[in-house]
Design a protein around this ligand. Sequence first.
Ligand code: ZN
Length: 151
Amino acid sequence: MAKLHILKEGDETLRKISRPVEVITPRILTLLDDMLETMRAAQGCGLAGPQVGVLRRVVVIEVEEGKPIELINPKIIAFSGEQEGPEGCLSIPGKWGMTKRPEHVTVRALDRSGKPFELSGSGLLARAFCHEIDHLDGKLFTDIATSIETE
Ligand code: ZN
């Protein structure tokens, strides 16, 4: 595994739309491994392809320690409720913003063997699903934050 460089706000790549993964190659699997290592080293709870300069629809999330979630081509298929809370991003270090997100979110994605699966999350996990999938569409939390605080 290798640690990857995380792009920071202002880099144009973060504003681009990522392409779906068509074939899950060994390269994609290595990318997922490297993204997980990079996210953990940076003490984040989510990381998306564009953040490491790869415009592919891949996401890693770990809101519960030791239980990483890998999503290939994730889509939000259902959401409900509302939560408001502080949100940060490894690409925007030192900044926090208050955002509104759904309280419950269900995603559909492929696992590393290419099998489709669905996963539902509430609270922090629901927030992470939204935040990371936004990255795949070139969106950052600062676009929707009602206030931004600098550490
Ligand atoms: Zn982020």
